[in-house]
Write a protein that binds this ligand. Structure first.
Ligand code: HEM
Length: 536
């Protein structure tokens, strides 16, 4: 046998060759994804006559994004910071244009309702959910949930979950919504027992919408499970906070940073928190599984899923599948509905005339009810409140942007969208487009919805807070029912004023949230006290 020393040169040159090969392959792969593919997409779109900023490798328009956000911070216009750079691009290059708003990734930006209708509607099958920032938030908690899945898996989940959102089921869930709201009102009542009290209503409404979704998703009914739900809330808050930190660091924009799960300290913390949340979630599922279908109430999503059997195989859902769907609802339903209620309250406080109209309507409708509850039969009578909620979602869309990836070459209008290209659907610019909403598009005018959405806007894809097409929001009636119950209770129980400390900085992080919260001065409204209307 040859002595080891004679093998050493061969061994070291082999290791060197492998290292060089690996380095070259990694470099080639990185160059391909961050340079070549984006450039090819940019050139392909430019050749078709689309306009956009000049191609800039790696950084793209990130420097402009920061400047655009800073400039818009001083703009009192509604939701001005939403999709800041996309708005700049649209103003400069048109409603269908090229953008590099998130660094190396070249995107087709759409603010044209006809093109949006094709991508989300008639040609939805040609587009999938890409790895993007919203996937960072949802994937660790519900990787196979309805919101992130595509194709056959999505269709099966949708078929299974649709019944949970039928009108009758939402009606049954409205009792849970009322119960959570009454608990919250009692808590706020205690805090204002001695007069006015400043309360961050963004935080409170977010907590309340979590309570509602946790109880309706998991069917929580006793103190023990409520305690677990509270722990989940704290953990979800931490998880979201860490994700926000990751997004704000800019790292999330450097293609696939989170998706690649690089073991950075921050990523490890996020994954640890996600594991904690799933472990707690499992503790809610297990006792329900043990109860068996006989005790199922069907007023919550978990019971409905526990009763599900696959038509072909008769198989039940696995623990992971149950958990993924419940977690999806928890995340998709809590932040968005919290944002809707927060911005609606802000708009009411900023427009005392509408505050008065909404409160008069609520007092009249609820005055005719027998109990303190807000019965579901009373909700359709709250017409002004319904228009105000719609107008709120128009000016402050809780989901300001949706992203899709073309899974094959697809014709959208005059443009051939190449396979692999990301398409950004910008909701806010469509919602304030004068061509479809009229000259007062930027104004807060809820009566525009008096004759329904079709009476307010000229295009069927002109109002898309809940998206459109097959992937529209399954929870839209749930969210509107909850928002009406909560706002009706708030308006009837308290007098409210916007605190002078409020800073108007709408920030888009998954949902559109007020960066510095919504501080509101709450005062208990005594029955005999004449209504004091918000805004001063
Ligand atoms: C004001 C509140 C809400 C708004 C504005 C909103 C908005 C949206 C939007 C825009 C989408 C489409 C996202 C995309 O395709 O990229 C969506 C999907 C979804 N939403 Fe909501 N949502 C709200 C409340 C809720 C609630 C309360 C739930 C659950 C109870 C929920 C569950 C879902 C689910 C599961 C999907 C995925 C549907 C699918 O892909 O088939 N949402 N939502």
């Amino acid at each position: 046998m040859a002595p080891l020393a004679s093998w050493l040169p061969i061994l070291s040159s082999t290791i060197l060759a492998i290292t060089v090969c690996c380095t070259l392959s990694i470099t080639a792969a990185v160059l391909y994804t961050v340079l070549l593919v984006p450039y090819q997409h940019w050139a392909f779109l430019r050749k078709q006559g689309l306009r956009g900023p000049p191609f800039r490798p790696v950084l793209g328009q990130l420097p402009e994004l920061r400047a655009s956000v800073r400039r818009r911070a001083a703009d009192p216009k509604y939701a001005a910071r939403v999709a800041a750079i996309a708005e700049d691009d649209i103003a400069l290059y048109g409603k269908v244009c090229i953008s590099q708003m998130l660094g190396p990734d070249v995107r087709l930006v759409l603010a044209d309702p006809a093109a949006i209708k094709e991508v989300l509607g008639s040609k939805a099958h040609a587009f999938a959910k890409p790895p993007d920032v919203s996937r960072d938030f949802l994937e660790p908690l519900g990787p196979t949930g309805l919101i992130l899945s595509d194709g056959v898996r999505w269709a099966a989940s949708k078929k299974m979950l649709n019944p949970a959102f039928y009108h009758e089921r939402i009606k049954a869930m409205s009792h849970t919504m009322t119960a959570c709201t009454s608990d919250a009102v009692d808590r706020w009542m205690k805090s204002v027992a001695t007069g006015s009290q400043e309360v961050d209503m963004y935080k409170e409404l977010s907590k309340l919408s979590f309570c509602v979704i946790a109880r309706t998703a998991f069917g929580i009914r006793d103190a023990g499970t409520q305690l677990i739900a509270d722990q989940i809330f704290t953990s979800v808050e931490r998880f979201c906070g860490l994700n926000v930190k990751s997004v704000l660091s800019g790292m999330a924009f450097i293609g696939g940073y989170r998706q690649a799960r690089l073991p950075t300290p921050l990523n490890r913390k996020i994954d640890r928190e996600a594991r904690t949340i799933r472990r707690l979630g499992l503790r809610l599922i297990k006792p329900k599984q043990a109860e068996g279908p006989g005790k199922a109430n069907r007023d919550n999503i978990l019971d409905i899923m526990l009763a599900y059997r696959d038509e072909a195989t008769g198989a039940k859902l696995t623990d992971d599948q149950l958990l993924d769907q419940c977690m999806t609802f928890l995340l998709a339903g809590h932040d968005t509905t919290g944002a809707l209620m927060t911005w609606t309250l802000y708009l009411l406080l900023a427009h005392p005339d509408y505050y008065k109209k909404a409160r008069d309507e609520v007092l009249e409708v609820l005055g005719k009810c027998d109990s303190d509850a807000v019965p579901s039969e009373a909700l359709p009578k709250l017409k002004m409140l319904h228009w105000i909620l719609q107008e709120s979602m128009r000016l402050f869309p809780p989901v300001p942007m949706m992203v899709r990836k073309a899974i094959k070459d697809t014709q959208i209008g005059d443009i051939l969208v190449p396979k692999g290209l990301n398409v950004a659907i910008t909701v806010y610019p469509v919602h304030v487009d004068k061509a479809i909403w009229g000259d007062d598009a930027a104004e807060f005018r809820p009566e525009r919805f008096a004759n329904g959405v079709s009476g307010a806007v000229k295009h069927s894809a002109g109002f898309i807070p809940f998206s459109t097409g097959p992937r529209y929001c399954i929870g839209q009636n749930f969210a509107l029912t909850e928002a009406k119950i909560v706002l009706a209770k708030l308006l009837s129980a308290f007098s409210m004023d916007l605190s002078p400390k409020y800073r108007h900085v709408p920030t888009s992080l998954i949902s559109l949230r007020p960066r510095y919260g919504l501080p509101v001065l709450l005062t208990r409204r005594a029955a005999e006290q004449p209504p004091k209307y918000g805004g001063g």
